[in-house]
Design a protein around this ligand. Structure first.
Ligand SMILES: [Fe+2]
Length: 411
């Protein structure tokens, strides 16, 4: 039986969006934020972000559609940590550090595949899908060890609504529930567990925060993207937050279409449009045409402050027919051009100018509350010690239409 999801929050956002669309207003942040420019190029700040954010909070490591069947696995490097995700014959996804307990090299070098067991390419030690050490090559020659102590190192992991989050530190203690702040229930409305992975690619980009700012920003759409898709786009946005996670919705006149139908006929699909971001590194943009689809952008910091890598995953609600596949392919190609040649090309120039131009701070307007909230969360996490981390998230409430709370940018 499928669980009925609560659509009340979705409807509340539509109603708030309609009111703003009629009045041509947004909810403004209380003040203009000045952010020190060094946040974008200082290697010490970058190192703190890796340790205090990326190694302590759950990251969206994969979507279910990448490893849907028993035995499917994915390997990746996230913030320098080699990670192996493996779905057991029992259907459960587990995460491990991809490092053999014998001498430490990665037990698989394949990025994806299907396997009953993992055979280390160095000396042939074998591990089960559950990470247990199964076999030691030439065990009699090797000598006695307690095999039960030498499995792969497990990482905290959870699979919810077709998305897989994990923490890349085996000693991490932050709970998924506190971190997700109820936002996973909203994302579950997509129903990604049944979607189809159409295509994926990786795009190099600038500093991860320069890149991420852009995903929360509609202000730039009709300017930077005027020659591609932005000419008639709205430059206003409404931001709704669940802990650090934010949904971005344009108060565009299209929302007024909802007025023509009674509320109980509003479809979940029609209420899920726009951009959904997952702190600290993911954006989900939804599209129509060629079948319902989304592009999930999973951003990971690179080895240095001025590099990032974005995996773009193009998911479709249904496996496409030939015509839909051609449309989706064209759309995905177009999005590569937009992100690489417009957003990230601008970001690369931005970081060079900030690093070498002597500017002390950059500005986020009252209309850029989403990015303000994002940078506040970056600061909060860097300032919060391990012992207080769970409470930091537990203390946050949702910021929904018309509500005032401590989540409000500048609050
Ligand atoms: Fe953009």
């Amino acid at each position: 039986m499928t669980k009925m999801l609560d659509t009340q929050d979705l409807a509340a956002m539509i109603k708030a969006g309609m009111a703003h669309a009629k009045a041509h207003t947004i909810e403004k942040a209380p003040s203009v934020l000045k952010l020190p420019a060094a946040r974008y190029f200082d290697p010490a700040i970058f190192a703190a972000e890796l340790d205090r954010i990326f190694k302590r909070v759950p990251l969206l490591l994969a979507v279910t559609a990448e490893l849907p069947k028993p035995g499917d696995f994915k390997s990746m490097v996230a913030v320098g940590v080699p990670v192996l995700l493996a779905r057991g014959q029992d259907g459960v996804v587990r995460a491990f550090i991809n490092s053999c307990s014998h001498r430490g090299t990665s037990v698989t070098t394949e990025l994806a595949g299907n396997a009953r067991r993992f055979v280390c390419p160095y000396h042939g030690w074998t591990f089960t899908q559950k990470g247990e050490l199964m076999g030691i090559a030439s065990a009699d020659d090797f000598g006695e060890i307690d095999k039960s102590c030498y499995g792969l190192t497990p990482l905290p992991v959870t699979e919810r609504g077709g998305m897989i989050w994990g923490i890349v530190d085996p000693k991490a203690r932050l709970s998924f529930d506190a971190f997700l702040s109820g936002y996973d229930a909203l994302l579950a409305h997509f129903g990604f567990e049944n979607w189809h992975l159409f295509s994926s690619r990786v795009i190099p980009g600038p500093n991860w925060k320069i890149a991420y700012d852009g995903y929360l920003d509609f202000y730039h759409l009709p300017v930077l993207h005027k020659n591609t898709f932005g000419e008639d786009m709205f430059n206003q946005a409404l931001y709704y937050a669940w802990g650090p996670h934010q949904r971005v919705q344009a108060p565009s006149p299209e929302l007024l279409d909802f007025e023509n139908r009674p509320e109980d006929e509003w479809t979940v699909e029609s209420m899920m449009t726009g951009v959904w971001t997952i702190f600290p590194h993911v954006s989900i943009a939804s599209f129509q045409g060629g079948g319902r689809s989304v592009m999930i952008s999973q951003l990971l910091p690179g080895p240095t402050v001025d590099q990032s890598f974005t995996t773009q995953l193009y998911l479709m609600e249904k496996a496409p027919n030939a015509v839909e596949a051609a449309e989706a392919e064209a759309q995905f190609k177009f999005l590569e051009h937009v992100v690489r040649d417009e957003d990230y090309a601008t970001g690369l120039r931005q970081q060079e100018a900030l690093k070498n131009g002597g500017r002390e701070h950059v500005l986020f307007g009252q209309n850029e509350g989403g990015a303000q909230l994002f940078h506040q969360w970056v600061d909060r996490l860097i300032a919060t010690d391990d012992a207080d981390l769970e409470q930091l998230f537990a203390d946050q409430v949702r910021w929904l239409p018309g509500q005032d709370s401590n989540l409000r940018p500048g609050g």
